[in-house]
Design a protein around this ligand. Sequence first.
Ligand SMILES: Cc1cc2nc3c(=O)[nH]c(=O)nc-3n(C[C@H](O)[C@H](O)[C@H](O)COP(=O)(O)O)c2cc1C
Length: 207
Amino acid sequence: MKKLLFGLAISAIALTSCSQNKQTQDEKKNETLETILNRRSIRAYTQESVSDEAVDIIIKAAINAPSARNAQPWQVRVVKNQGLINAIQDGVAERLKAQNPDFASRRVLFDAPVVIVVANDTTNPYGQLDCGWLGQNILLAAHSLGLGTCVVAMANDFLWSDQAKGVVEKLNFPDNYKIIYCVALGHQKDEIPDAKPRDMGKVQIID
Ligand SMILES: Cc1cc2nc3c(=O)[nH]c(=O)nc-3n(C[C@H](O)[C@H](O)[C@H](O)COP(=O)(O)O)c2cc1C
């Protein structure tokens, strides 16, 4: 009887964890789907550097994103210079401090060893959209290589401001380009976070 109860308890635990983990067997067998479904925004990085080889692969994946008429309306800067990364973080913290003193120590780029800054061609109507495809390729390629990423738009207010002129000049973007987001990139420090909830109610199948 005890054995039967133990068996039932184990089955119940197994069933619960199966229903929580929505990945089907097909998804687990498929590396692309696994990469998409297991990627998370990572907000804590070690100081271990990212290899040049990894950066090359990530950038190759990035620029192989689709774009309307293959216009590639993006400019991408891979920032490894810690002084520049800190200047961006300090600039954002300074602005945030004005809103709330608690934000003064906020490291919006999570002190990541690499930050990729992406700017869109403002004269291209699909510029922002196409930069989005490019960004997703960065996130997925990095995750497939065991690296963590987080898209960061929170630095934009600072990067668009007059205060950031000196910093942004170093990024060397052409005149008609506007920074749209940064991506923190590095080796994740902590365990991979749980998946954030997704709303299937936003999807309808129309037969
Ligand atoms: C355009 C964009 C801007 C974002 N900006 C920030 C940001 O400034 N800071 C941050 O911690 N996360 C930022 N994120 C990450 C989102 O919070 C995250 O993608 C979302 O909560 C879902 O979690 P997941 O990426 O782990 O699936 C941004 C994501 C996107 C797509």
